[in-house]
Design a protein around this ligand. Structure first.
Ligand SMILES: *[C@@H]1O[C@H](CO)[C@@H](O)[C@H](O)[C@H]1NC(C)=O
Ligand SMILES: *[C@@H]1O[C@H](CO)[C@@H](O)[C@H](O)[C@H]1NC(C)=O
Ligand SMILES: *[C@@H]1O[C@H](CO)[C@@H](O)[C@H](O)[C@H]1NC(C)=O
Ligand SMILES: *[C@@H]1O[C@H](CO)[C@@H](O)[C@H](O)[C@H]1NC(C)=O
Ligand SMILES: *[C@@H]1O[C@H](CO)[C@@H](O)[C@H](O)[C@H]1NC(C)=O
Ligand SMILES: *[C@@H]1O[C@H](CO)[C@@H](O)[C@H](O)[C@H]1NC(C)=O
Length: 332
């Protein structure tokens, strides 16, 4: 008799504190089916599907959803944009999103997501995934495989501490990789071997990590690329063969690192000149070699305390003498 009561009490207690809201996806919240539409309040929702919210193209939801379990969002044929922003999501289980064939954007930014497992996003038709400002520490090797329409992946401001060169198998359209403000320390060999080898629109953002070393063959396999951002890291030196496998690169940003020199032959393998090389705020840099700067349309060496202005002037004179219109920006 008493034990039964105790069991009921414990059950009620667990119900009240349960993290996964009992059988519900969320208990209370609101959604919009147009960006400018009005809020519809809903409660005790077990999954988001056509039966509840209609076959909408747009869905923005505000609710506390700690766990997105399998089938949390499902069976909405026309859904193109799904926004689950600031919903306190900390876990996404595989198959959370099902039967949303026309989905093009999923926004999950500003949650508390701890990691990305395989089976959540694979095979979705999505082209943009926003995951910035979460608490992501791990991304399983296959988590973004076979995403044939994926263009933009936004992972800025997370806790990612490594780069896995097995990520992104079969992602032929991948063009924007945002990994700013994470905790990556090294860029391994052939880090981008799975991303499209020739995509002049490809932009790789690795600004503001703790990168101190780049493997000599970190970029091998990448033949053509638009922009590589490595500013605000801890890079002390660059291997002269770092870009040896690359034929085309437009922009290389290395501002705010600890470089004291840049290899003369860094750009010698590119088939056309680098458009911009940004070395601002590398305070231990004194000068650069003519062999390097003549392969770069615009070299930026502003805000460098120990820069040798005589040497910079000499480089500029050589451009004039050789009637080359390359430029060097400096504070000299
Ligand atoms: C919302 O915006 C669309 C155009 O984007 C417009 O056609 C529609 O009337 C607007 N609805 C409201 C409720 O303002
Ligand atoms: C899918 O979305 C595209 C726009 O991204 C739209 O043109 C098309 O009509 C949609 N198809 C379906 C079946 O909803
Ligand atoms: C992706 O879209 C195509 C149509 O464009 C559709 O046939 C296919 O089922 C969709 N895939 C998924 C996983 O929804
Ligand atoms: C990706 O596709 C390949 C080939 O179809 C398959 O072997 C692999 O299991 C798929 N990976 C994922 C994570 O779905
Ligand atoms: C930068 O130069 C200072 C002073 O010459 C030196 O103490 C420091 O070790 C140098 N840093 C690097 C990363 O080379
Ligand atoms: C540029 O040419 C002038 C005249 O030929 C020569 O005196 C000068 O040394 C050259 N400067 C450089 C940096 O090559």
């Amino acid at each position: 008799m008493y034990s039964k009561l105790i069991c009921v009490a414990i059950y009620l207690f667990l119900l009240g504190t349960s993290d996964v809201n009992g059988d519900f996806l969320f208990k209370f919240g609101w959604y919009k089916t147009y960006p400018n539409g009005s809020r519809t309040e809903v409660s005790e929702i077990s999954s988001l599907d056509k039966a509840i919210i209609g076959d909408t193209k747009y869905l923005k939801l505000k609710a506390k959803i700690p766990v997105l379990f399998p089938g949390s969002v499902k069976n909405i044929e026309h859904l193109e944009i799904l926004k689950l922003v600031s919903c306190n999501v900390h876990t996404i289980l595989p198959q959370a999103f099902r039967d949303i064939p026309n989905i093009s954007m999923i926004a999950l930014n500003d949650n508390k997501i701890k990691g990305i497992k395989t089976g959540i996003f694979n095979n979705l038709n999505v082209s943009t995934i926003l995951l910035h400002r979460n608490k992501i520490q791990f991304i399983e090797s296959e988590a973004f495989d076979n995403m044939t329409r994926l263009i933009k992946l936004q992972l800025n401001s997370n806790f990612i501490s490594y780069w896995d060169n097995n990520w992104f198998k079969n992602t032929p359209q991948l063009s924007e990789l945002y990994f700013r403000r994470n905790a990556i320390r090294t860029i391994p060999s052939r880090a981008f071997k799975n991303v499209p080898a020739r995509n002049r629109k490809l932009k790789i953002y690795l600004s503001k990590n703790y990168i101190s070393s780049l493997e000599q063959d970190a970029f091998y396999g990448l033949k053509e690329c638009g922009q590589i951002w490595l500013d605000r890291n801890e890079i002390v030196d660059l291997n002269e063969r770092l870009l040896a496998d690359m034929e085309y690169l437009e922009v290389l940003i290395l501002a705010k690192n600890f470089l004291s020199s840049v290899p003369n032959k860094l750009c010698n393998h590119l088939k056309s000149d680098l458009i911009s090389l940004d070395l601002t705020n590398n305070n231990n840099l004194t000068c650069l070699d003519y062999e390097l700067v003549q392969k770069v349309k615009l070299t930026n060496v502003q805000k460098i305390r120990g820069l040798d202005c005589g040497c910079i002037k000499n480089l500029k004179n050589k451009f004039v003498n050789n009637s080359q219109n390359n430029e060097i920006n400096s504070d000299c």
